[in-house]
Write a new protein. Sequence first.
Lengths: 446, 818
Amino acid sequence: MAKTFKRTRANKSGRRDLLRIGGTGLLQGLSLPALLQLQAEAALPSTAKAKSCIFFMLEGGPSHIDMWDLKPDAPKEIRGPYSPISTVVPGTQISELLPMSAGITDRLTILRSHSHKDNAHQTGRHWVLTGYPPSFADGQAKGIPFNELYPSIGSIVSRELGPRGAVPPYIEIPNALGPGGPGFYGARFAPFTISNDPVQADFRVPDLEIPNAVSRDRFERRQRLLKQAERLGKSSEAAGGAATLGEYYSRAVDLVTAPEARRAFDLQAENPDVRERYGFSSIGQCALMARRLVEAGCRFIGIDNGSWDTHFDNFSSHEKTLVPPTDRALTALITDLDDRGMLDETLVVMMGEMGRTPRINKDAGRDHWSQCQTVILAGGGIRRGVVVGASDETASYPVTQPYGIQDLLRTIFHLLGVDADRVYQTPTGRPVPIVNGGHRIDEVLA
Amino acid sequence: MSARDVLTGLIPNLAVVFRLQAVIFCAAVPSVTTATDATSLIVIPQNVLLQGPEASDQIVVLRSTEAGTVDITGQVQFEWPQQSIAEVLPGGRILPRTEGTAELRIRDQQLVADISVTVSGLLDPEPVSFHADVLPVLTRAGCNSGGCHGRAEGQNGFRLSVFGSDPGADHAALVSEGRGRRVFAAVPENSLLLRKATAEIPHGGGQKFSAGSRWYRMLRRWISEGMQLDSAEEDDVVRLRVQPEQMVLTAGMHRQLRVLAELRDGSFRPITAECDFESNQDDVADVDSQGQVTGVDVPGEAAILVRYAGHVTISRVIRPQPESTFQRPAENNFVDRLVWDRLQLLGIPVGQPADDATYLRRVFLDVTGTLPTPAEVREFLADTRSDRREQIVRDLMQRPEYASFWAQRWADLLRVDKDIIAPEGAVGMTRWIRSRIETNQPYDQFVREILTAGGSTFAASPAGFFQVHATPEDLARSTSQLFLGVRIECAQCHHHPFERWGQEDYFAWAGFFTGVKSSAQPGGGSKIRGLAGKPMAHPRTGVEIAPAPLGSAPASLSAEMDWREGVSDWMTSRDNPWFARMIANRMWSWYFGRGLVEPIDDLRSTNPASNEPLLDALAEHLVELNFDLQQFALLLTQSAVYQLDASTVAGNSTDDRNGSHALWRPLQAEVLLDAVSQATGTAAEFNGWPLGYRAIEIWDNKLPSRFLSVFGRPQRQTVCSCERGMEPSIAQALHLMNSETTLQQITSRHGRCAKLAESDQSPSEIIDELYLCTLSRFPSDAERQAMLPTFSEAASRSEAIQDLLWVLLNTREFVFNH
């Protein structure tokens, strides 16, 4: 395994280094599950409140001023057509576009003072999902993932916490988040991407199901034969990456055959009323899938939801296509998690890479606005029923302490029990802390 | 033969090495030995000279016996027969106390050695130097690292340059900024700098040193002396000297390093306490912050990096396997001699030779990225010529698959990206590369053509290289990493932390590429022209820097020439220190699955090869071959080392870098897909391409393919060989298991399974055929017996054949090269 100079002793000991030395042969005799077990035991620092995180990335940037942070007293060209409504928390008002969420604000922290300075999509998403500014300009990202160097939150969580069940620790749905990759951490910490939308009637997870042409009996016979072929042939001496692939193959067999894993991915098994409650929308069924994956032990589920970039017809888009399914999905998820006693150990984050301009443009749209955005947080050690922070009279800038991306990520990692100051080195030897700077947002913590 | 030759591996006798180590210490620094019979004490140094209140030195005490030399610094007693003028800490660190000269006695049971200690400069000390004293402290305490105040935006309003690369700015940050609170000459103890660093008041970075420590006293004295900024010329360190430069350690054994700064006037200053220490292989040898090295579990060689104020050096550690007797196999060529030397030195036994079938599969995959067909395996196994293993490589190099495969590899590295250079450009550039591979163009000419490319990016030409790398900075970074293994990108913003490169070097190098002009062509694509450029300016000082090759004097360039010629002349000259080494290492990694230097394109002096004499010899040989890469590949493949089996023997299973056995290597995505297609007797479908193309022939790096993306096809975003994902994943396992497309290939009506099912071959013959088409060998009797029942268990003969082929495609023996 390629290695570069690492930091001296004080900075480098730790359970994750077990994996790093995999290429040297020290792993022989220690199976991957055993290793993961070791890690899981070592990985429960005292700060951990959340075991899992469900992260909604509303791609394009949702309009905070039309959803969570209304300014009814602002001029007409700013305030938009929507009225605030009261919610279950006295004094907390949100938009009339979110009537269902109004019933669950007692379980949310509405953070109205998130602010950063990257006003573009790809670069902004890179910032939000990795905590680092990208080296490319907006529009130059090629391919997915486009975080070439810095790992995404999910990959970090995957590396630091490892799996706690049959399903992979980091799953993306219904497609890859642009900067959702592992960066320099390598393929081992890449997300398992379900590149299908669970709202589709023919939804299935690619490669997860045994092809229809292969019966269950036949699959089992093949696995039996494969074991023999591997034992009798040269595979029995596999080393290095081949040994690791063998461990992954066993995990993959578990994933394909273990009832709990299969059940997690099988949305058909869900009560139709529950599916209905989450809504038959992409975001609704993804949220439901996320809950099932958390139950099966997934650590980080990244939900990619698109089309929030409303330069044109901001209002009809938000009112008709964007907000209603989101309102329904968020409400159903929070309620469902709470009813099942899972909310306190499941962190839910909903945000975009930016908010939208308070001033309405000539196309009845709102443009990019990273200076102010509302982030919705819930569960997993987050305070219930509060609004944190405030923006000015036009929702343009925070008037309270602005919280940036590093602050937010540091808070997320704190709740998951990940040491945000841990340092890893890139292939060129550059030390990269998990979060570079920032302060934990204590106001949002329960 | 010099001592150095011995230590780098030519004489394998460990006892000799131990002895020579002692000789080297003696040669480097005088020492005293007090002999009692065969046992003696070696003390380093003989004379300790401590100048100034914060000076220190490192005493190292060794006990030498017939069995070897052991570091006993931590076990001896230090006594002052006359008067005590310095403090000796248990680890041998010595600190001044009062001025004078005295004897220091070192006692180890019956053995005694005396050394002389002189302390001066306490009463009237030299002023603390900002460059030589303060900045190293800030670096060592981590204050100016990229994660703390060295970040571009600083930390909490306090910004330092990374690793002290901009002393003037750092001095200003400390003395003038922060409303003058950071340093306070009247009461130095009240300086924010000291109060924060000692965590006397809350400090986000925690406590960096304690009040009263050496670093603390150094900074405090600098403040009380008025925060002088001495001129940079006063940094008179020429180079670092570490003792020992080489050592042999077994697991659990310790060895303390001592570091000296060699000054311009020829004298030495002890600086062990000021240095940073890091190991590049901490599973072989580890080092602590005091410079004590410890042997760890894995036999091999490690380099301990020693860093001090922008200077670096290394100490090499050999960690042999104890108690082994070495059987030296026969040699086919010099590669074997140098690998056996290394293995003998390390005490690692050599594995078994590979049989003909194993060798055949390996060379097919390595030379052509293609599996042998069953007929080719049968033919080779029947071949009785004694030179058949060489002849097959010569044959393979004439095949079209050879050119396609190597063209694809170079297209990855040269970043043939159709999204940037358009499909026409990707086709043109791929065709150019392929033509050069086909004609076996010498590598130096190949690189020269790339570096001086011009004309249309749509032509069969490497001109597109200058479209994907559109700026002088891009070209500086990519060309140095790709062709020289010099990663200079760090130096764009700050001094390279592990190397000598600074911003001057970076912009001197980038200056060569300032004359590249690109203009849009009417018919699409761009026209690239290489002209004279203009020197680039230092980003901080604004001073123009004349273009200069790395580590060399400025080039003589004229306004009439293509400045890139300055690069290509220097780069491809026979005495370039990196060029031949880089391609030798790259080729080695392609044929052996791991570079002699890893990462393969990071040839820092502080990142030595696992076998330096071998890499030296390979580079030299390549120059003698006039960079004929086919001849070079013949040398590699005909070595006994290459022809070893991947199985291990007792004592070599943890070795993955010294060549004691072959490695299990993942097939790159395209090769694996082609192997599946060939084994199933079908063609994979590529959207928009006529049926029948191999994946190694596809120039379209963005062609949608789940198989290729799951198995790590590179995006061609960098010239780094690390871009190709070669790590296994769960997604790969799932795809092997359940891929619908692979299933279709297995069950195809025109595929191998269908043909075998329709044939009149017996089950046993079919099993032979299936093993031959996947694993390129005949099954053993046990394997045949294990597979045969499938024919009765499965619903039909064709189902049985499909099952068996599916099984073989899912073995790691198939998925890997070994």
